[in-house]
Design a protein around this ligand. Structure first.
Ligand SMILES: *Cc1c(COP(=O)(O)O)cnc(C)c1O
Ligand SMILES: [Zn+2]
Length: 430
């Protein structure tokens, strides 16, 4: 089939792909900026002035139709490039990010008594988490701006993801991790050749040192909340869910929340597709936090402003005491008529075992937290059993085997002896 006959005519590098970005606006003061604005946050509001990127939906409607997707042979996040804030240079040189599977969870549907359950398995992205959707965009934006080094602070996944994606494009990465970053993630970072600084403190401190170093050296800043292009990468997960469901959106999408960039991206993706007339309603979004670190949940339930909290959970990827993307995250739940919920560490560990043993999905704690959130929301009748729920599983279980291993029974130890084996099997199986 000739590529020219498809409606996917925008080949990488041939056109200015940012033609549909109309402007940027500050989520705090509303000031607007040109599409190629060189700062990542609003100069008037400073670091908390997170920017939002706006598109010309009327113009996009002329090319982004269901037929556009049907004919699109690019099975990576770049299939959505006209809806993104990158120019398109080098996008054919990146790792393959996105177009992860959406599984129907039939076994858990039966166990939970829920009508339809789907799982978006982000753990199969190239570095094992949803963070690749943002990192790959960061590497491209860095190249657009002529940077050769990128930096970020991360609880682990953003870091390993940035390191892997940077490596593929021949860029350097400097990563600031908190003291308690899990070994799996650290090992991965080091293998990707990043410069890793283990800040002897928590994530908040790693974040601050990264910011100061970035200001000092002028590296490209991949700190997800600060950098508005990261949400534009993460939003593609929502596009994929909708496409994979043949444009029949679920009733709810469930996702775990740390900084708030992922949930903000989920909403943004749904908002875009709604604005383009591709879906008739926006699914409700359930934001899941860990009980030991739940600043969003607390702000939402008390109606008070977001307050710094302890980072007291084994789900390291969502152990974020000062979320850096509060406005987009709160909006995601408010505008979608969604809800916030918390889960305990015990429920998270249980969820890891449940997902592994019933659906063949192996998750790191922060990913399983989303599923634990679904169980809690069914219990509390926040989500009706007559619904279709899509749960985003944000990261792979191999990221953090130490934590998971502690909660899981070890193997049976036997000598090389068939009788002993038979004895064991007969006594444990029926
Ligand atoms: C980063 C991350 C999250 C949360 O995303 P935020 O943008 O920080 O809210 C959830 N799960 C995993 C596995 C992550 O790596
Ligand atoms: Zn502002």
């Amino acid at each position: 089939m000739s590529k020219l006959s498809s409606s996917y005519k925008l080949k990488p590098g041939k056109v200015n792909r940012m033609r549909y970005v109309t402007h940027l606006s500050c989520t705090l003061c509303g000031r607007t900026y040109a599409p190629d604005f060189k700062y990542l946050t609003c100069p008037t509001c400073g670091e908390t002035g997170i920017l939002d990127i706006h598109y010309d939906y009327e113009g996009l409607k002329t090319i982004i139709t269901k037929a556009y997707f049907k004919n699109n042979e690019d099975h990576s996040i770049w299939r959505y490039i006209p809806l993104m804030s990158v120019k398109g240079i080098e996008t054919d040189s990146t790792l393959k990010v996105g177009w992860t599977p959406l599984y129907r969870g039939k076994n858990l549907e039966k166990i939970l008594g829920i009508k339809t359950l789907t799982f978006k398995d982000e753990g199969v992205n190239p570095t094992g988490s949803l963070k690749d959707r943002a990192s790959v965009v960061a590497t491209i934006k860095a190249m657009e701006g002529g940077h050769t080094t990128l930096a970020c602070a991360s609880t682990g996944n953003a870091a390993s993801s940035l390191a892997g994606n940077a490596s593929k494009l021949g860029l350097k990465s400097v990563i600031f991790v908190p003291k308690r970053a899990p070994r799996g993630k650290l090992t991965q970072l080091l293998a990707y050749g990043a410069d890793v600084i283990s800040v002897q403190g928590d994530y908040k401190e790693a974040f601050k040192l990264s910011r100061d170093a970035i200001n000092h050296y002028g590296w490209y800043n991949r700190n997800a909340a600060i950098n508005p292009h990261m949400v534009e990468g993460k939003k593609t997960v929502a596009y994929e869910i909708i496409e994979q469901l043949n444009f029949n959106p679920p009733d709810w999408i469930v996702v775990s929340v740390g900084d708030g960039c992922t949930i903000g991206g989920v909403y943004k993706g749904l908002h875009d597709f709604h604005a383009l007339g591709l879906i008739e309603h926006i699914p409700r979004i359930l934001g899941v936090q860990s009980e030991g670190c739940a600043p969003f949940y607390k702000a939402w339930t008390t109606g008070k402003p977001l307050k710094e909290t302890e980072e007291n959970t084994l789900a390291d990827s969502i152990a974020v005491g000062i979320p850096r993307n509060p406005v987009k995250a709160m909006r995601a739940v408010d505008y979608s008529n969604g809800a916030w919920i918390t889960v305990t560490d015990d429920a998270i560990i249980k969820a890891i075992k449940t997902l592994g043993s019933t659906e063949g999905l192996f998750c790191e704690p922060a990913a399983a937290a989303a599923y634990a959130g679904l169980e809690a929301a069914l219990d509390q009748a926040i989500i009706d059993k007559d619904s279709h729920v899509s749960v985003i599983l944000t990261g792979n279980g191999l990221k953090d085997p130490d934590t998971i291993g502690k909660a899981i029974k070890g193997p049976v130890k036997l000598d090389n002896d068939l009788d002993a084996l038979i004895n064991h099997i007969e006594s444990t199986h029926d």
